[in-house]
Write a protein that binds this ligand. Structure first.
Ligand code: G3P
Length: 216
């Protein structure tokens, strides 16, 4: 399973990358706005830091404009993946960008039939948003399970990129289901490493070691 970091903050991305935690990056307009920096500069910098796929989202809503924007984004670096919203125009844009050899990631997917359309359009990745579905009382992970099963049934090549992950259990369940990628905020990446019994065990080992050294 590949881990992506969901961020446009260079400091955080660099830290996670240097720790060897990430295989790619996802951004969205909210994260770019939060960075307070020009869109293209941020994407170019991320693409230099992380060699894996870097999703950069189009802002347009019409297919022609999405394609034009997607072509511009793809010129920024060879590892750019053009992120397109799940709309009728978005699917048209995915087909056209795919025909040009450009990788795409369809975002804001909230049910398995949307994901089926995404795969049929030939997208490289699909991004089901699990946390936002949970937020409205629906089961985000159930949707992921259905998508993984449907893609298996028809041998689609589109990769399932589980997005809007809020905690380690989302990631654990995604891995059990066989999703290809999870994109995580830095905080959740850190939480994956942590367990209170690990900390307790280290403390005990250190205390015992120090006691034995004091006696020697
Ligand atoms: O980048 C897309 C997605 O991961 C956003 O997550 O927490 O804003 O729902 P969230």
């Amino acid at each position: 399973m590949k881990f992506f970091i969901d961020s446009a903050d260079m400091k955080v991305i660099t830290t996670a990358n240097q720790r060897g935690w990430v295989d790619g990056v996802t951004t969205n307009p909210t994260l770019i706005a939060k960075s307070g920096r020009p869109f293209f500069d941020v994407i170019k910098e991320i693409c230099k830091e992380v060699p894996g796929p870097v999703s950069a989202e189009v802002i347009s809503l019409k297919a022609d404009e999405m394609v034009r924007e997607g072509l511009e984004l793809a010129k920024l670096a060879s590892n750019v993946v053009v992120k397109i919203p799940m709309t009728e125009d978005g699917l048209v844009a995915v087909k056209r960008l795919t025909a040009e050899g450009i990788k795409t990631n369809v975002t804001l997917v909230f049910n398995p039939v949307q994901a089926l359309l995404v795969a049929k359009a030939g997208a490289t990745m699909v991004s089901p948003f699990v946390g936002r579905l949970d937020d409205i009382g629906q089961d985000g992970m159930k949707m992921v399970q259905q998508i993984v099963q449907i893609y298996k049934n028809y041998e689609f090549k589109t990769e399932v990129l589980v997005a809007s992950i809020r905690h380690p259990v989302h990631l654990l369940q995604a891995a059990e289901m066989g999703a290809h990628i999870g994109t995580l905020p830095f905080k959740v990446l850190q939480q994956l490493c942590q367990h209170p019994l690990t900390d307790k065990g280290i403390k005990q080992f250190m205390d015992d070691w120090n006691k034995s050294q004091a006696k020697a």
